[in-house]
Design a protein. Structure first.
Length: 226
């Protein structure tokens, strides 16, 4: 470490920060979209309508059985073709924009299983009580089941989000510049792998460790509420 040059990090920090900001943006977008879509999928999978339930199960099993990097590459190539079918013109959407859609679609399968477990954790007596006071199915889900399901599953949802944050680094496969990608490009130019990859490791550790402590605190708080 005697040759460790901090000047390389400080000189390129603006570019690294730009990559880190993109990583946070994709994480936040995919988390919000994935939870919303995942909740819908969870409700579909628990539906008594067989075709709806089978479709949701097929969706979840499909994306949980395919490597993420393969999904990233597939959507990066398929989305422009799909858009061309409707618009009649081939327009590349770019690697950065493709990642937003891909991670949302992919993570929804994992968030779906978490939310399904949360919904099933709610006692059926509470659902029956909701119907007894005149609630519709939608009102029971909105006012009785989902709020409790989100509270119960919040630590696991955040744990999955930490995994999502780490997985964003796979966008290097399509040339998008996230935090890891920015460090890698600087290394290719300046040939300083120790400084760049050490910086990435430290930043990822600090962020993920901090979030894991938040998750642990939430788990203890929810346990007390129960």
């Amino acid at each position: 470490m005697s040759g460790f040059d901090f000047a390389v990090i400080t000189a390129n920090w603006a570019y690294l920060a730009k990559g880190l900001r993109y990583t946070f943006q994709v994480t936040a977008f995919a988390m919000a979209g994935g939870i919303i879509l995942g909740t819908v999928l969870a409700m579909m999978r628990l539906s008594s309508v067989k075709p709806v339930s089978l479709f949701a199960a097929a969706y979840v099993n499909l994306f949980r059985s395919i490597p993420l990097v393969q999904v990233i590459l597939a959507f990066y190539l398929i989305i422009p073709i799909a858009l061309a079918i409707f618009t009649g013109e081939m327009k590349p959407i770019g690697a950065e924009n493709s990642a937003y859609f891909t991670f949302t679609i992919f993570e929804a399968a994992y968030y779906s299983e978490i939310m399904r477990a949360g919904i099933q954790s709610i006692p059926k007596g509470q659902v029956g009580a909701g119907y007894a006071v005149g609630f519709t199915y939608g009102q029971v889900m909105r006012f009785v089941v989902l709020p409790q399901a989100f509270r119960n599953m919040l630590p696991i949802l955040l744990t999955q989000t930490i995994i999502l944050f780490q997985d964003i680094s796979l966008v290097y496969a399509i040339g998008a510049t996230d935090f890891f990608g920015a460090a890698d490009k600087i290394n290719q130019r300046d040939l300083r792998p120790v400084e760049m990859y050490m910086t990435v490791a430290v930043v990822y550790f600090v962020i993920c460790f901090s979030l894991s402590r938040v998750v642990r605190h939430l788990q203890q708080k929810i346990a007390i509420i129960r």
